[in-house]
Design a binder for this molecule. Sequence first.
Ligand code: PRP
Length: 214
Amino acid sequence: MRGAAEGEPSESQKSSRADTPGQDEAQPKASRADTTVNRRIGRILISRDEIAARVTELGEAIGRDYAGRAPVLVGVLKGAVVFTADLLRAIRVPAAMDFMAVSSYGSGTRSSGVVRLTSDLSLSIEGRDVIIVEDVVDSGRTISYLRRNLATRHPRSLALCGLLDKVSRREVDVDVDYVGFVIPDEFVVGYGLDYDGRHRELPDLAVLDPIAPA
Ligand code: PRP
């Protein structure tokens, strides 16, 4: 695991989607959290300063590993937009940037394991060094799908950089080459991550707490 060995996060920093539709649950996954539950922003899990420091470390590690090359960062819409933009500026080698969007299917927060490509790259990655950039790796289904999809396009190399890794949620084995923070199974928003489309603009990564009914 390149990069992951460096700048290990503190314990407090250490934290779902596939290919064929399910039967009774082939509905787009509205959110990573159950939207029928009222929630509010809770404690900050990872501050903006901790994020910035770790992004700098990841950029340095990637810059070393890709010295003399010009990788393509492939950000996964939408959650990874903010991280991808910051990471691009932290990598001290010429790098290109492109984006893909996928949609997962399931009911509520439950993923059926179905991932579908909804927006494709604008660049050819044939013969290029590609780094997929994810905000969070959860079940691993999205990244598993993307790795398989991109591998068919014959890149020179294919790696994954995930800002957040919820290893305890893993359902599919995936290699995350560069890990920002391993975090517990908590619902996190901010720095590009949303709850039902909201809170992406928050500069820190915060936990979203359910509000108990009165
Ligand atoms: C999140 C995240 C990953 C995926 C990870 O996307 O950005 O793409 O889920 O889950 P997995 O490992 O279980 O497949 P989300 O559905 O929240 O969409 P968004 O990025 O547009 O917010």
